[in-house]
Design a protein around this ligand. Structure first.
Ligand code: AKG
Length: 191
């Protein structure tokens, strides 16, 4: 049952890093405007677009916003080769999964338009971590976070988000934040 899972902080998941406010708002808009309007229909559940190198300008510049330690240590200074653009209307999600082995170590996900909660789980130890992916943020998974942990976006119309509490002893209050349309760009390398 749900209550037997232990919620752990993001810092306890090796290979998982979250970078809020990573993309300048101008670049977020330029990228959204360069994508086909049909992707953003809210009449059905979210659509996907797979793109491979060379990416259209302005998506090329997403490589520049990857942390340099990640680029040098994990991608050995190579740029992304494959990307997926995924649109999530309220209620959409993605089931718990690990990324396919055809993709190399190191997965980078940028978020656009609105915030959503991604859930990381390690079922063998019943560990769980909610990561709020804010618009303009970057999340990176490599090593254990990419190969051992599962990640998912629950299929629901909103998310319970903890409000920061004034002290460490008071359990944080939660507030329900309805979702609006969000899209992500996942950047990967191929093995
Ligand atoms: C995937 O493409 O494997 C994802 O998990 C995408 C998650 C996201 O859209 O943030």
């Amino acid at each position: 049952e749900a209550s037997s899972w232990t919620q752990v902080p993001i810092e306890s998941i090796p290979g998982l890093s979250y970078y809020p406010n990573r993309l300048p708002p101008d670049l977020q808009n330029q990228i959204a405007n360069a994508l086909p309007d049909s992707l953003f229909s809210d009449m059905n559940s979210g659509r996907q677009l797979h793109l491979y190198v060379p990416f259209p300008e302005p998506m090329q510049s997403l490589n520049k916003y990857l942390p340099s330690e990640f680029l040098s240590n994990v991608w050995k200074d190579q740029p992304a080769e494959a990307s997926i653009i995924q649109v999530y209307n309220p209620g959409d999600g993605i089931i718990p999964h690990k990324d396919l082995d055809m993709f190399a170590d190191g997965v980078a996900i940028y978020s656009f338009f609105s915030d959503i909660t991604m859930v990381f789980t390690l079922p063998s130890q019943k560990l769980k971590c909610d990561v709020r992916l804010q618009k303009g943020s970057l999340v990176i998974m490599y090593g254990p976070a990419r190969y051992q942990w599962l990640h998912e976006i629950p299929f629901r119309g909103g998310d319970w988000v903890p409000l920061s509490s004034r002290d460490e002893l008071t359990p944080p209050k939660q507030t329900w934040i309805p979702r609006t349309q969000r899209f992500s760009i996942t950047m990967r390398r191929i093995v």
